[in-house]
Structures are given as C-alpha cells and as structure tokens.
Design a protein around this ligand. Structure first.
Ligand code: SAM
Length: 418
C-alpha cells in the first residue's frame, strides 16, 4: 500500500530571492521574524475562505499584515509591548496625505531648533545604565525627538513615529547592531561612533512612509487587526476570542526559553525604556519557559522524553529550562486549540534546535501537542532558511544551535481541527 509522505523537503518554500521587506514588513527588525511569503502562501493554499486569522505569538505582525492584504481580519497577541506596537502600526492604515503633513511638521520642528527659533526642554529619561548605552549627545537628540513625538495629537501617527524612533534608538546606541542580544561595542569602536541621530530618524520615517504607501495600494479596505497582550500560556479570554471562532492560525512560536534562545526582552529593552513601557524587564520572564520548574517530567511523547533524558545526562540543571519551556508550550497549544473552529487550520513555523548537542524535534512535538487536542496532521514542509538571513556561523538571531546545519531548516507544521 502506498502511504502519502506527510513530511518532506520542498525548495519552492525557500523563497531564496524574495523581497521580505515589501509593504509595511520593512518597518522594524525583530529576532526570528517570519518570512511574509511563507505566511502568504499558507493563506493562499489553506485560507481561501478564512475571515479571521489568529497569531498567538504575533511578534511584529508578519502574518497579520499578510492576512489584511488578502482581506482577512487579524487578531494577534504578544507579551512584548514593543512587538505589539510594531504589529499595530504595520496593520493600521494612515492616509499618506495625513502622514506627509506630520512628516513636514517634524522637519520644520527640527529646522527651527537648528536655527534657534524654537526652544525645547527635552527630558532625558532616567533609566538604569543609560550612560552605558548612549553617549550624552545622542541622549539629548533622542530626547528632542521624543518630546516631539509625545506632543503628537493623533495616536496612530504618534505610534508610527514611535516605531521609527525605536529603530533609531537601537541604531544610535552603543550596542553591536549586528547582534540581537545587548552587547556593547568595544572602547575603540565607541570612540569613533558619533551617529547623526536626526538623519537616522528621518531615514526610517521616509522608508516606513513609502512602505505604508505600498501597503495601502494593495490592502483590501475591509480587513482589520486587533492586537492584545495576552500570555497564551495562561489566558486567551473567551469574551475576546470565543471558543471555535478562528478560521486559521499562522504563527512562529519561540524556539525555547528566552534565556538560552532568543531574548526578545533583551532585544527590545532600550526601545522599551525610551518609550516608557511598563513591563520593560518582565518580557523574558513572562515568555514561555520563563517560569522555571525544578522537577523532572515525562510528557508521554517518546521523541521529547528521550531528548530530555539525554540532556539530563549531560547537564542536570539545563534540562529544567527545557522542561519548563515545553510545559508552557503544551499549555499554550491547548489554549490556542480551543479557539480554532472545527475544520480550521493551524500552521506553526518552527525550528529544531539542539541543547547540549541533543536534537529536539520541535516539529514533531508541535504536531503531537495539537493531535492531543483533536487535530489531524496534514503535512510538514521543510524549508531551507536562506543563508542571507541565518548564516551558518554566528547567526544574527542569536538562537543557540543555529550555527548547526540542522538549524538552517524551518518546519511548517500544518494541521486541521476535526
Ligand atoms: C518568533 S517570535 C514571532 C515573530 C513574528 N512571527 C514576526 O514575524 O515578527 C515569537 C514571539 O512570541 C512572543 N511570546 C513568547 N512567549 C509568549 C507567550 N507566552 N504569549 C504570547 N507571546 C509570547 C515573543 O515576545 C515573540 O515576540
């Protein structure tokens, strides 16, 4: 009997030369972003009649933008306030005429300061280590821009400016910009580093303005997106996302706990501090696996249990980080499962990482956790992550294990609720 192969490598999903920064996708970098083309193709193949897409770890909203472009409404949630801000701005249409009025006003504001016509009293924020991460001149220029942003009367335009400001903060800080974790430049580099803060900000604003224009030209007007800050491990409130209300889920969850994989909180910390978000230091703690258990656990799934035993033999403490992550991951999948309609689709884009040299099959684990919730596996597509995004060595995403060749692949796990 011929059995259909359900897990296979397909290079048509690699999108090797695709432009991943079209439309509002160019607005802000973020660790381990999803490729828009992947979300788009899943929607085209599995979301023909979908009305609502849900992304339970939406990050900067890649799948939400792709849904809106196709006239599908989006609901996203993420524990990181910076990610939520970016996702909101990327999915909120601002008429270009309106935007241009504010961009011109911003230029005029800067010009009048330069001429000494306008006096400002910028407030430099008082967060820990500000002098460690920013030169004094840079702090002053950022504070001037921040003062302008704080006085913008239109909330959507203010948020648009905040997103450009956030990337500016990172670019003019003393962090090594090629890395997502917070590492300071060497003393030698710092000496030579004198960024032109205003030019950087204007460059980001102009790029994002053009991205918005392209987005407006393609977006179907009817679709809308709502972003929330729910932690999917603990809550997806029924009054907001009713039981069996979602047609399709497209998402890329974290690969593991944020201490040892991608530190989303760390990546966002300086922006969060300048933008005065409250949960600034909580993001990594609230992330899946952030709450540490110190007990062994069997998940009743051999590939995972076997990997845990191997890791425990190599490092007794490290295994608790991994267990903590999968406890949360399973709870989160249980919660996501509830909101999907019968016949609805979930597509999880995951990577298989190594811990202490032991391969953890995230794609199999994801499939198993959904099957326990009444889903049927449709297929798992293996795509190669083009090298330009994740070089074989010293990956810019800081995902430990990524320098390994196995991590140059991503698994698109697709299931259907029966
Ligand atoms: C791989 S990123 C998503 C990237 C996104 N697809 C994009 O293209 O920007 C995973 C996201 O999960 C979020 N996250 C981690 N734990 C979470 C939880 N328990 N509930 C909701 N979001 C969570 C992180 O803050 C991070 O933004």
């Amino acid at each position: 009997m011929l059995t259909k192969i359900k897990k296979y490598r397909d290079n048509t999903w690699d999108f090797r030369d695709a432009n991943t920064k079209q439309y509002t996708h160019c607005f802000h970098s973020y660790p381990a972003m999803m490729i828009p083309q992947v979300a788009g193709r899943i929607l085209d193949e599995f979301g023909k009649n979908a009305k609502v897409l849900f992304d339970p770890y939406c990050g900067t909203g890649t799948s939400l933008v792709e849904a809106n472009i196709r006239g599908i409404n989006g609901i996203g949630t993420d524990i990181n306030p910076l990610a939520r801000l970016i996702a909101k701005v990327k999915t909120t249409v601002i008429p270009i005429k309106e935007l241009d009025v504010y961009l011109k006003d911003f230029n005029d504001f800067l010009f009048s300061i330069k001429l000494g016509v306008k006096k400002v009293s910028p407030q430099i924020p008082n967060f820990k280590n500000i002098d460690y991460w920013f030169k004094k001149d840079t702090q002053l220029m950022l504070a001037i821009i921040k003062e302008y942003i704080d006085n913008i009367d239109d909330k959507n335009i203010q948020d648009f400016f905040k997103v450009a400001f956030s990337e500016t903060v990172r670019e003019v800080s003393l962090t090594r910009n090629s890395e997502f974790k917070l590492y300071r430049m060497s003393e030698k580099q710092i000496e030579k580093f004198n960024p032109d803060v205003i030019s950087v900000m204007i460059r980001k604003l102009t790029r994002n303005r053009n991205g918005m224009a392209d987005y407006i030209s393609i977006k179907k007007n009817v679709s809308r997106t709502f972003i929330y800050g729910f932690n999917t491990v603990y809550e997806i409130p029924e009054n907001i996302l009713p039981f069996e209300s979602i047609d399709i889920v497209i998402t890329s969850p974290p690969y593991g706990d944020s201490r040892t994989t991608v530190a989303y909180g760390q990546f966002s910390r300086l922006s969060n501090q300048w933008l005065e978000f409250e949960e600034t230091n909580e993001v990594d703690k609230r992330s899946m696996g952030g709450f540490k258990v110190k007990v062994s656990k069997s998940f009743g799934f051999k590939p995972l249990d076997h990997a845990l035993e191997e890791i425990a033999m190599r490092d007794k403490k490290r295994v608790f980080d991994v267990i903590s992550f999968y406890i949360d991951y399973e709870k989160s999948i249980n919660n996501v499962s509830k909101v999907v309609k019968k016949g609805g689709i979930v597509a999880y884009v995951v990577g298989n990482r190594k811990v202490k040299g032991v391969q953890i099959p995230n794609d199999e684990i994801t499939r198993e956790f959904f099957e326990r919730n009444g889903f049927k596996h449709i297929k798992t597509i293996i795509r190669e992550i083009p090298n330009k995004r994740m070089p074989k060595k010293n990956s810019p995403t800081n995902i430990s294990g990524l320098s390994d060749t196995t991590m140059n692949h991503e698994y698109i796990v697709i299931l259907q609720k029966v």
